[in-house]
Ligand binder design. Structure first.
Ligand SMILES: [Ca+2]
Ligand SMILES: [Ca+2]
Length: 176
């Protein structure tokens, strides 16, 4: 018997609910969703029968890419709450038997992230090769307005538009 035969395959039977804290429930009346609001909705989510809560990015961000342009992977966007309020949501969810998973956006950052700023500042920066740089602008290519594209086989795949836009921000040394 392999060790994987007895591993926890919880996701196979999980009921996953994905939400953006910013657009879900406002807890302080400023018109923007936040962790205090989400905390007050945990029992509602539990009553729906969900077993896993999937949170879209809630990190500090300049907000140019719907929160996918992150400036601190360890932070909480102060407009959405504090680390303590995040922990309270995690505690409440765990108490109701709900797992919490989060979007960890590791393939790009905001152009305001300290890693990017350091990388951009010098070819000798230890962060230089954390990003892809080129000496000349990439030749203009035809851009499509739709995030949907066709694969060679003809099937349709959906790309996250935000990934495309931030990647272009992070890979262009001429952008600011
Ligand atoms: Ca709010
Ligand atoms: Ca968002």
């Amino acid at each position: 018997m392999r060790i994987t035969d007895t591993s926890d395959l919880w996701w196979r039977s999980a009921v996953v609910y994905c939400l953006d804290v910013e657009t879900y429930q406002d807890g302080n009346g400023d018109g923007r969703g936040d962790f205090v609001g989400l905390a007050h909705r945990i029992d509602h989510l539990a009553s729906l029968g969900i077993t896993c809560l999937w949170l879209m990015p809630f990190y500090p961000t300049p907000g140019r890419d719907d929160g996918y342009d992150i400036t601190d992977f360890y932070g909480v966007d102060p407009r959405l709450g504090t680390h303590g309020e995040l922990v309270e949501v995690l505690r409440l969810a765990a108490d109701r038997g709900i797992r919490v998973i989060i979007d960890l956006v590791v393939n790009h950052t905001s152009d305001q992230h300290p890693w990017f700023k350091a990388s951009r500042s010098s070819r000798e920066s230890p962060y230089r090769d954390w990003y892809v740089w080129r000496d000349a602008p990439r030749p203009a290519t035809r851009r499509t307005s739709s995030p949907t594209r066709r694969t060679a086989s003809g099937s349709t795949t959906r790309r996250r538009a935000s990934t495309t836009s931030t990647a272009s921000i992070a890979s262009s040394p001429t952008s600011t």
